[in-house]
Design a protein around this ligand. Structure first.
Ligand SMILES: [Zn+2]
Length: 329
């Protein structure tokens, strides 16, 4: 049988990443990524999105006669899957609200297009090609700018009554605690996301704490990249190590509540910050096991995600085929 291909696109507030995926193996045969620049508005975004997909197709250089069977898009926001419209994306700016992404891309590329949420498609990626391949009952948690989760229950994505299941970043880990980006207080995301870690580190630097970050950060930096955090840990920077351990303790507390209540077979941890540092993963796994009810933790395994940054594009490509054959789970 000839190889099957689909295009997968991962749209976030920072970058747009597209890849052509060989669907049997999940191999990325060509890809392109560029910064999103949501502040530049609607026309820029649409052109950038189509440019990135075109470049990924060019880079893939598929064999003669081979063509992608569709385009799957995972986007950081709420989507209407039926109509293929982005309803709203907090990190994408209000200018993109209600954007009919499916129709725009179908017109441009003459291929069927399917829209999903970014965490949802990354979970599909891990389920079918990564750390959840052999498992039909797990929760995939991604730690980055925010914290989101996808739930696979009996092999099927559990979305919840109003489609918001998996919002673990907005569960309470500290009553009346830190203010969260959503307006609530004490939410996990306000303690364990990269945004939260950045905020603590910048505040501590402001109070005069010593750290290698003083040399490594530019004066106007308002975000600290995962790789920089990882480098400081490797070099034994006390401030960064303490801050990441504190974040891991909260993350472990949040995940142990989830595991005690929901009793999944497996927790899969992924996202930029988890990929970059072993300290965050190891400490979170330890805390999760320590705090979960023993009866629930007996069978609980905490795994690292396997696809890294590619989980979104691979899962989005998988979704494009699954939608066509009505096998979406
Ligand atoms: Zn929140």
């Amino acid at each position: 049988m000839a190889a099957r291909y689909a295009v997968g696109v991962d749209v976030g507030g920072t970058k747009i990443y597209a890849g052509v995926i060989e669907l049997e193996s999940g191999k990325v045969v060509g890809s392109q990524r560029k910064r999103t620049h949501p502040e530049r508005g609607l026309d820029f975004f649409v052109k950038r999105l189509t440019d990135v997909i075109t470049s990924a197709l060019d880079a893939a250089d598929l064999p003669k006669g081979a063509a992608p069977l569709g385009i799957g898009v995972g986007i950081a926001g709420q989507v209407d899957r039926e109509s293929g419209v982005l309803l709203t994306g907090p990190n994408l700016g209000q200018g993109l609200d209600n954007l009919p992404i499916r129709d725009l891309l179908q017109k441009q590329f003459k291929l069927p297009v399917y829209l999903g949420n970014d965490v949802e498609v990354a979970t599909y990626g891990e389920h079918h090609y990564g750390a959840g391949r052999d498992c039909d009952d797990f929760v995939c948690i991604f730690v980055g700018t925010g914290i989101g989760a996808g739930i696979i229950q009996n092999g099927v994505m559990r979305r919840g009554v109003t489609g918001t299941a998996g919002e673990i970043g907005h569960t309470v880990v500290q009553y009346d605690g830190r203010l969260c980006g959503c307006g609530g207080r004490g939410h996990l995301e306000a303690y364990a996301s990269r945004t939260a870690i950045t905020r603590v580190l910048l505040a501590e630097l402001g109070r005069g704490r010593e750290s290698k970050l003083r040399e490594l950060l530019a004066p106007k930096d308002i975000a600290i990249r995962s790789k920089l955090i990882a480098r400081c840990i490797e070099e034994g920077d006390q401030l960064v190590i303490e801050t990441v351990i504190e974040a891991a303790d909260y993350l472990g507390a949040g995940i142990s509540s989830l595991a005690t209540f929901y009793n999944p077979d497996r927790i899969i941890l992924g996202g930029g910050l988890i990929d970059a540092t072993t300290l965050l993963f190891d400490r979170t796994a330890l805390r999760t096991h320590e705090s979960t009810l023993p009866a629930a933790t007996r069978a609980l395994a905490v795994h690292r995600a396997q696809l890294g940054d590619d989980s979104g594009i691979i899962g989005a490509a998988w979704m494009a085929e699954a939608q066509q054959v009505n096998a979406l789970t």
